[in-house]
Design a protein around this ligand. Structure first.
Ligand code: HEC
Length: 159
């Protein structure tokens, strides 16, 4: 009995030492907690941006096969008045040309970038990549209504 008690004292001492050790490694654990943010970006399908819908009010949008010419004309008017300070229809200016945009971007993503550029540029990995490519020039929020943004998309389809 006596020797058993002796052993348990040693065991308790051992536990105490182990606890003390894990305390000193506390800082390392904190550093490890930051890794999930990085892996979230890695999960994003950067190899296929067409799968990604961005962040904002538009979750589902299917463009019909036939272009609505009237809507496209209205979209051109809105685009010419709000967007051409930074964009040209057929070449790069401060931002990319929208030509062929739906070959590389999903319509939901384009809508969300127009309607919600601030959050997109802060959080959406694809928008952040563009921001870097365009040397930190930020697309600004032009207070476009959902209807006008949709018309701009129709105009983009005619380019
Ligand atoms: C202050 C300049 C500025 C204005 C105004 C602006 N944009 Fe942009 N736009 C940019 C920049 C720069 C980018 C690239 C992302 C970034 O760095 O913000 C961009 C990106 C885009 C993209 C993504 C293109 C791609 O290849 O993925 C679309 C679509 C777009 N803009 C549409 C518009 C529309 C529509 C308007 C008007 C309602 C508009 N932009 C107004 C500067 C601007």
């Amino acid at each position: 009995m006596k020797s058993l008690n002796y052993l348990s004292v040693i065991a308790i001492l051992g536990l105490l030492v182990a606890c003390g050790k894990s305390d000193t490694t506390g800082t390392e654990t904190a550093a490890e907690e930051e890794t999930p943010a990085v892996s979230m970006v890695a999960d994003y399908p950067m190899d296929n941006p067409m799968e990604y819908k961005g962040i904002g009010p538009i979750t589902e949008l299917t463009l019909p096969d036939v272009i609505d010419e009237e809507m496209a004309q209205h979209g051109k008017l809105v685009y010419d008045s709000l967007c051409t300070a930074c964009h040209k229809a057929d070449q790069e200016l401060l931002g990319p040309s929208p030509q062929g945009i739906f070959d590389r971007r999903n319509p939901e993503w384009v809508m969300n970038l127009i309607l919600n550029p601030d959050e997109m540029l802060d959080k959406d990995p694809l928008a952040k990549e563009l921001l870097e490519k365009y040397n930190g020039t930020r697309m600004t929020n032009q207070d476009v209504s959902e209807e006008d943004a949709r018309a701009i998309l129709e105009y983009f389809r005619t380019l």
